[in-house]
Design a protein around this ligand. Structure first.
Ligand code: HEM
Length: 632
């Protein structure tokens, strides 16, 4: 019926303003996308049509949702000389050595928020208490396990972290909700705001990690970090005999990034150190004249590509479990013609037919590569974390594929920081991996923010405990506002989405609507982004909101196509023939686990991906070719 009402054809004035700046062709594409959105249709279309929709949307975002922050003043350099990933991310962009290096600006996907609401409107602790705080743990069912949860933290610590100011802020809980808050007040460092020489974006913030997909989570973000983790023998990284990370005299792990670590996160770091060292050994065997430096550089390229591939065609496919997204993610890596064609003939036919990886030249769509403020905000996924980690007894003599029995439930707080490291060394790598594989992680929904994170010991950049604890739920609300990230409805409009016009457009849940009214009244424009993302009705199969997904659609491709080492230099000259073969033969996290623990998945994993709950059913066989499948 909505089809025939006048309001159906109306476009929000902010959207009209954006469309007015588009070319005629792009405006036409926008109207197609907008019509499909109004009918809430794209995710219900057959795979090929769904892909076409995503292709058009990504094109529009590449044109209208990439904003550069800061100056562009790097130097030209010799790309032949720097045909490896440098310690601080310099020398990747083909003509500007600084793009994407440590300490460069976060970009933006939209202008800073234009709303006039204050930093404390409504108070972040009120939002946290009334809308975010966990009432009862809600999990993700069989779709996503604790390895998947740790994986995304592993990625975040590869890509992004904001530089802090030396000035502190104190948030004091208003009296009327005081009794329901774990802390009466808490102090934290402001985000450092840095002036830029640019006229459009006068201020921005800096990324202390290298935003490239360069494995900095295990290799470090600069020369000093890189030196800490290397053994300088045979290209290897430091690891202990039990296969876990080494620690310094204070008990802090020695790895590329150690801030706010917990046992599940350091487990993945250790797994990929093992992977790096195994690549070094393979290279040494095949290229005996390679010295330590050459082995290290090539193994870093290979291991970073394995990480990027696992994320693209394994993790993301489990996060967004529909045929259309399975096709979309495989298309990004292999193209429409698929793996067999690409393995045989190489990436010869451009992005659509043979994928983004291996393109002749990197593509940044006219905007130098960085990760963005909005990307950080949609990755605020602390609700994935449970209250307890369930440790399984893997020595039990249960028949194959039955879940190993529960041995112990450990509060997550005890699995974090130095205490978590101590516990992990007792549990060991195998038992921890199998346990995490069998536990579902938390769902990204309201009232599911882990209570233990509302009184959290936070780390500084060196992994040391800070004296001031934080209410993370309230802090996250504050951070988005402080950084000028648009609130939910403005965010949607800037992303060319249909805005909500009443709470009922966001959710059918009456209890949630009542709580939203209590906090924001009837002012839907005031709704915080984090709350909106967690309240939004989800597309079937998606563990995240559609709004967050559209940022992913843009950035997931960009991380590959803007990187010289996934495009021009994704070849056997740069990676070595055997190195490239290693990447091409590794498809999933299961492949990596199998390499280092040959019996583990055979014995304990029943499902198809290491990111789903391990005792769940494997994906059913589907004889219809992927691209010809109907709507799911
Ligand atoms: C035990 C596990 C974890 C702990 C203790 C932890 C703790 C923290 C802390 C203290 C911050 C900085 C807060 C601030 O000052 O703004 C932070 C930031 C962040 N965390 Fe986590 N986190 C954990 C897991 C995760 C997971 C699973 C994700 C999933 C995506 C995640 C995503 C983020 C993001 C996106 C930021 C913002 C980074 C930035 O501001 O640049 N974290 N986390």
């Amino acid at each position: 019926m909505a089809f025939f009402s006048l309001s159906f054809f109306k476009i929000h004035p902010q959207l009209s303003k954006i469309v007015a700046k588009m070319t005629f062709f792009d405006a036409l594409l926008f109207y197609i996308v907008h019509l499909v959105d109004k009918l809430d249709l794209w995710h219900r279309l057959p795979v090929l049509l769904g892909l076409a929709y995503m292709g058009i949307r990504r094109h529009l975002h590449q044109r209208y949702n990439l904003l550069h922050v800061g100056e562009i003043n790097g130097q030209k350099y010799d790309t032949e000389e720097f045909c490896y990933r440098t310690a601080d991310g310099k020398c990747n962009h083909p003509s500007d050595d600084t793009v994407g290096s440590q300490g460069t600006f976060f970009g933006r996907n939209m202008p800073p928020s234009s709303s006039a609401y204050g930093l404390l409107d409504p108070h972040p602790t009120v939002v946290a208490t009334k809308l975010l705080a966990r009432k009862k743990y809600i999990d993700n069912g069989k779709q996503f396990n604790m390895i998947a949860c740790s994986w995304i933290q592993f990625m975040i610590h590869d890509w992004i972290d904001h530089l802090e100011d030396t000035k502190q802020v104190e948030l004091t809980v208003p009296e009327d909700i005081g009794s329901s808050c774990p802390m009466k007040s808490f102090k934290f460092f402001k985000t450092k705001r840095v002036p830029t020489a640019s006229l459009d974006m006068k201020i921005g913030s800096l990324n202390t990690r290298t935003p490239w997909w360069d494995g900095s989570v295990i290799y470090g973000n600069n020369d000093e970090g890189m030196r800490r983790v290397r053994t300088f023998k045979d290209g290897h990284l430091r690891i202990t005999r039990d296969g876990l990370l080494d620690h310094d005299e204070k008990g802090i792990p020695i790895s590329g990034d150690v801030r706010n670590c917990w046992a599940g996160f350091s487990l993945l770091q250790a797994l990929f150190v093992k992977e790096h060292n195994a690549v070094c050994d393979m290279l040494k065997e095949n290229y005996p004249d390679f010295d330590d430096e050459k082995l290290y550089r090539h193994a870093r390229l290979v291991t970073s590509a394995v990480i990027a591939k696992v994320h693209t065609i394994d993790w993301t496919v489990e996060l967004l479990k529909t045929d259309t997204l399975l096709a979309g993610m495989r298309l990004n890596w292999y193209g429409l013609l698929g793996k067999k064609f690409k393995d045989l003939f190489g990436p010869i036919l451009g992005p659509i037919l043979t994928g983004l990886v291996g393109l002749k030249k990197p593509r940044d769509h006219g905007v130098p590569y960085s990760l963005t403020e909005e990307f950080v905000s949609v990755y605020r996924m602390h609700c994935l974390l449970p209250d307890e980690l369930i440790i399984r007894d893997i020595k039990s003599t249960e028949p194959e594929y039955e879940s190993p029995p529960i041995q112990e439930e450990v509060p997550m707080k005890e699995m974090a920081g130095k205490e978590g490291e101590r516990r992990l060394s007792k549990i060991g790598m195998e038992q921890m991996m199998v346990s995490m594989g069998h536990q579902s992680c938390g769902a990204l929904t309201l009232w599911n923010y882990p209570s233990w994170m509302r009184d959290l010991v936070v780390h500084d950049i060196n992994g040391e405990d800070r004296p001031n604890r934080a209410d993370m739920a309230a802090l996250e609300i504050y951070r988005d506002r402080e950084r000028g990230v648009a609130r939910y409805n403005e965010f949607r409009r800037n992303l060319l989405m249909v805005p909500i016009s009443k709470w009922e457009d966001l959710t059918d849940d009456e209890e949630i609507i009542k709580a939203l009214r209590e906090v924001y009244g009837d002012d839907i424009e005031k709704l915080d982004l984090l709350v909106g993302l967690h309240a939004e009705k989800k597309i079937k199969g998606f563990a995240i909101s559609e709004t967050a997904f559209f940022i992913f659609l843009l950035i997931a491709s960009r991380r590959l196509e803007a990187d010289r080492f996934f495009t021009t230099n994704f070849n056997s000259q740069t990676y070595t023939e055997k190195g490239l073969e290693w990447v091409n033969k590794t498809e999933t996290l299961k492949d990596v686990i199998d390499r280092h623990f040959p019996d583990m998945t055979r014995k304990w994993m029943r499902c198809s991906s290491a990111f789903s709950v391990w005792d769940s059913e494997p994906n059913p066989k589907n004889y219809i070719p992927l691209y010809l499948r109907p709507a799911t």
